[in-house]
Ligand binder design. Sequence first.
Ligand code: SF4
Length: 480
Amino acid sequence: MEKNHANYRDVNENPCNMCMPMGGILAFKGLEQSMVILHGSQGCATYMRRHMAEHFNEPIDVASSSLNEKGTVYGGEKNLKQGMDNVIKAYRPGVIGILTTCLAETIGEDIDRISQEYLREKGYGDLPVVTVNSPGYGGTHTEGYWLTLRRIVAQLARPTEAHARINVIIPNLSPADIREMKRILQLMQVDYILLPDYSDTLDRPYQKPYHKMPEGGTKLADIAAMGGAAATIQFGLTVDESMSPGHCLASEFGVPLYNLPVPMGIENTDMFINLLVKLTGNPLPACLEQERGRLLDCMIDSHKYNARGRSVIFGEPDNIYGVAKICLENGIYPVVVATGSKNPKLVKLLEEKLAHSPLRCTVLTETDFTTIRKQSRGKANIAIGSSEGRFLTEKEGIPLVRYGFPIHDRTGGQRLLSVGYAGTTMFLDRITNTLLEHKHNHYRKSMYEMFYLNNQPVEEFFLESSGEQHDVLMQSEPRH
Ligand code: SF4
């Protein structure tokens, strides 16, 4: 759709994403005994450590090559080699991940050559090092996450004899969600290799004495074996092939790829479970069937409240697609769906699903929170996304259900469960209760009340109050 130039700003104000290496760190934290070095200035590492420490409530160790003015002019080779030396001495890692930042990429640092040269010079030939070019301006943290997974697979998977295990590759989920995925796989008696697995490394049990390198993470031997797996299930419907680890395993080793939506909501979770039944030949266990029944029961219990919900959803593409599916299944019609990523696949997927919604929805990509707020004003009565959307509550009075990454103004972001039948049930309760609480707190006082009490049909109200169209990439037309 053509841009409205009268309102076009060529800047982002408070973008709806974080920068590329942040996602790369997250992916590396899901490998066993891994340590990350950011090749760049100290500030980049500090910003990312802080965000992750507040979300996961864990100490987050990320090394920095600490580039300064001198390194910027004469090159950062010495700094990176010194950094690798310090990391090996202090942590004795099983694998090192090296991510570039804006500065290192802008001055054209060759991290492959530098790291390989260092390993040769020091005689560490056996130590695996995975390099990722990830300037902040190269994409969002989502692209950084997926590109890093692809680089991990491309550099560590080996030609292997065929075996019956199934690769499971997940997007940026909470540690609690990863544990739920593993529980479902175990219930279905699937022999799996899950990548990445930071369910323990970023949410470890209290332990004394403290260990610098947490236990857990995907084993390097398992990653090496991914090339011989019977299949890959990747929860990355919106991921571009150039960043898709599943696509890499399919093209390099011929592993069949099944790309699925994140199992959030009834339909998406059914797709996951049905695929497991098909691939393994194992029946659906009774407890999962009961959990599905309880989710249906929860949907029935709460539908009379949720039918009034109008949502603004924001975050990472695959995650918000899952949230949008939950909303659509429960009558909480999305009026704004937004991501900081540039993602045509997401737009297409949403276009198909929103075609059945009775309300017009604005889909924003590469967007910021100023635009999201403007588009949500007077239309949405519930927001679903990370803590970065708290201004929707503070400035627009739209209550926020916290989901995704980062959650830094509440505790327990790492324990939020939202996937599978059981996780969807808990997530739906969080949404419904937020709508109820907001209704009770604003009874006869707010815009929200107008939706309920002025006898104006909700659809007409939205049509009349639809604001300017700004950076709108797709709209589904209202249907009556
Ligand atoms: S955007 Fe660039 S400079 Fe800023 S934190 Fe990210 S990598 Fe560092």
